[in-house]
Design a protein around this ligand. Sequence first.
Ligand code: TYD
Length: 135
Amino acid sequence: MMQVKTINFNIKGDDRGSLIALEQHKEIPFDIKRVYYIFGTKEGVRRGYHAHKSLKQVAVCVKGSCKFLLDDGKSKEYVELNSPDLGLLIDKFVWREMYDFSPDCVLVVFADDYYDEGDYIRDYKEFIRRVENDS
Ligand code: TYD
């Protein structure tokens, strides 16, 4: 079974409200070279449909909710992100699809490298071939 790695962030709350701080090599277990966010996702949209050759990421749904399908080529796991204190670690060579975005969903992603289209595997059959050849 594929291991889903989630991280619970500490909420620094007081009578004014809540705050979460994320630092590299502390809450986020790598160098943070890039942050991007996905928002305004239209109803019924499913996105992702790729794996990475080397990129590691942590996804946090800071508002609303969305679901992830994670697939390491051997088994699939399903995770819902629905809280700003929940991080999902997505390792290299994990096929991901995101779906069921709530209209207010803001999905923030921390990545350990700059954007590089050459690091993507966007073809599922190629993904399976590479997983089988590397193991
Ligand atoms: P894409 O990877 O297709 O989104 P997802 O896989 O999450 O559905 O990215 C959408 C577009 O944005 C695509 O043209 C590439 C571009 N993009 C960047 O320029 N920089 C980035 O950091 C990311 C993640 C995407």
